[in-house]
Design a protein around this ligand. Structure first.
Ligand SMILES: [Zn+2]
Length: 91
C-alpha cells in the first residue's frame, strides 16, 4: 500500500466539506483526492496552491475547488491525471 501522509488542516476541512450537488437533487459532493502543488502566476512568480477534487455520490458529477475560490468543472483529463492516478498508486 502506498504511503499516505497524515491529512493537514486544509485537507481535513475539505474532507468534511460535503456540499450539496448542483447536478442532482439529493447527492452530496465527496472528496476524492487532495493535491498540493506549486503554481505560477502571470508574472512567473511561484506560489503554493492546494485544491481538492470532488464527485457526487449519486450522479457522479465532478468538481474541483481551490482554497478561497468557487468550485469549477473538471475535464476528463484532469480527473484521470489527478484522481485516477492516485487510486492506482493505492492498490
Ligand atoms: Zn449529483
Amino acid at each position: 500500500m502506498a504511503h499516505v501522509p497524515a491529512p493537514g488542516p486544509l485537507e481535513a476541512i475539505f474532507r468534511v466539506f460535503r456540499e450539496r450537488c448542483r447536478g442532482c437533487a439529493s447527492g452530496r459532493m465527496t472528496m476524492q483526492t487532495f493535491i498540493r502543488a506549486t503554481m505560477a502566476d502571470e508574472n512567473g512568480r511561484r506560489y503554493p496552491a492546494a485544491f481538492a477534487f470532488f464527485s457526487c455520490d449519486r450522479c457522479g458529477l465532478r468538481r474541483k475547488k481551490n482554497v478561497g475560490q468557487p468550485d469549477e468543472a473538471v475535464s476528463d483529463g484532469e480527473w484521470a491525471r489527478w484522481v485516477e492516478r492516485r487510486s492506482i498508486d493505492d492498490r
